[in-house]
Design a protein around this ligand. Structure first.
Ligand SMILES: NC(=O)c1ccc[n+]([C@@H]2O[C@H](COP(=O)([O-])OP(=O)(O)OC[C@H]3O[C@@H](n4cnc5c(N)ncnc54)[C@H](OP(=O)(O)O)[C@@H]3O)[C@@H](O)[C@H]2O)c1
Length: 370
């Protein structure tokens, strides 16, 4: 049993409470399951211990994909202009995959592409405009992608934003839920037929990854606030982020179940990348830098942060593995809410209704997302 010094637990509580994972005293003492999840995570981070996969928190994206040939694969990654997404794109192209980056900041996307090409002149990178907080933009992105006549083997739903003040998306949905969950839900549905066709004609397993977070443990009491998703009076920037990350896991689980039922050769999994000081922390940047100084052992660098995504996307040992949640390149159990099949089904129905009602209202002729 690992020993946690009072100082390390204090720092954990402090840093997690500011990353939105907890009002720590409340749940660290009250929720044994969550406590164990966090303890295992800390143990793995401090020791860098490798799990059953042979990889651990200190593994990098290059290390976990070493020797893998991805030249036959086409991948879409959302938010590949910086942070974990850009490193994921870089490593996938290094392994030979053709990577399509969906980005809303085309200047940053051009810079990311230039950097990837600077390191690997043969890298195949395509940039397409995508704003996940706008249904209109998601539809345009899918049309642009289809116009390229490419197959699609991998879809990495990575883009995200965290702890922003209350805002509504173009379509009138709370911004963190809209960007982190609903946008990816719609995007995935609109790309699914292409992925199914690719998997069928190529015989190669398709893979969908939702980049979630350990922050899924800190959400509203009922998990997802179906009745008050836009309610400003009970908005918490941290719980709303946790809610959207819980939705990422539930979405992956329900889609995985549906594809298994259909007998489709596509897996769907979710990932917690670790704690990595990226632009994601823009709304708490100064505080996080301060905390990182005292809790450096809880943090990963970007190559380590992209490792779990790259492992789940490419590693042959995960063939056929679906509906699972990964952290530090190993399968772990998310919280009870994240494993609740009824909640996952309810979220699916809610998301279909939301995408349909908004798209019918605002964009006549928009493809039915169901
Ligand atoms: N860093 C961590 O410690 C951590 C921990 C757990 C989970 N995660 C998850 O990992 C994923 C990647 O995070 P990161 O740390 O790499 O953050 P990041 O550096 O801020 O990257 C996020 C990416 O998402 C893009 N994005 C945000 N809103 C978008 C929108 N509406 N449409 C299209 N793209 C949008 C950003 O583009 P812009 O530059 O245009 O904003 C950026 O490219 C996120 O899903 C996050 O929740 C991160």
């Amino acid at each position: 049993v690992p020993y946690y010094s009072p100082t390390s637990l204090f720092l954990l509580r402090l840093s997690l409470s500011h990353t939105g994972c907890c009002e720590t005293d409340l749940w660290i003492s009250s929720n044994k399951e969550t406590t164990n999840l966090v303890k295992m995570g800390i143990y793995s981070l401090i020791t860098g211990r490798r799990g059953p996969s042979g990889f651990g928190s200190a593994s990098t994206a290059e290390e976990v994909t070493k020797g893998i040939d991805a030249t036959h694969l086409t991948a879409i990654i959302t938010g590949g202009t910086g942070g974990i997404g850009m490193e994921t794109a870089r490593v996938l192209t290094k392994r030979g995959a053709h990577v399509v980056i969906g980005a809303r900041n085309m200047g940053a996307a051009e810079n990311a592409k230039a950097e990837i090409l600077r390191q690997n002149a043969n890298a195949r990178v395509t940039l397409l405009y995508l704003d996940l907080s706008s249904f209109k933009s998601i539809k345009a992105f899918v049309n642009d992608f289809h116009a390229l006549h490419l197959p699609l083997n991998l879809l990495i739903n990575n883009a995200g934003l965290m702890f922003c003040p209350y805002q509504l998306s173009d379509d009138g949905i709370e911004l963190q839920f809209a960007t982190n969950h609903i946008g990816h839900f719609l995007l995935t549905n609109l790309l699914l037929d292409t992925m199914k066709t690719t998997a069928k004609t190529s015989g190669v397993e398709g893979r969908i990854l939702n980049i979630s977070s350990i922050a899924h443990i800190y959400t509203y009491q009922e998990g997802i606030q179906f009745d008050s998703i836009n309610d400003i009076s009970c908005y918490s920037d941290k719980k709303s982020y946790g809610q959207s990350k819980l939705a990422n896991i539930l979405h992956a689980n329900e889609l995985s179940r549906q594809l298994q039922e259909e007998g489709v050769n596509i897996t769907v999994n979710s990932v917690h990348p670790g704690l990595i000081l990226t632009n994601l922390f823009q709304h708490t940047a100064l505080l996080m830098r301060f905390l990182k100084f005292f809790s450096f052992y809880l943090w990963k660098n970007i190559p380590q942060g992209a490792a779990t995504t790259c492992y789940v996307a490419l590693h042959p040992s995960l063939k056929g593995v679906t509906g699972k949640y990964f952290a530090d390149c190993n399968e772990v159990n998310p919280t009870k809410l994240a494993r609740d099949d009824t909640l996952a089904q309810n979220l699916w129905d809610f998301s279909v209704k939301l995408t349909n009602s908004v798209s019918k209202k605002n964009y006549l002729g928009f493809e039915d997302a169901s």
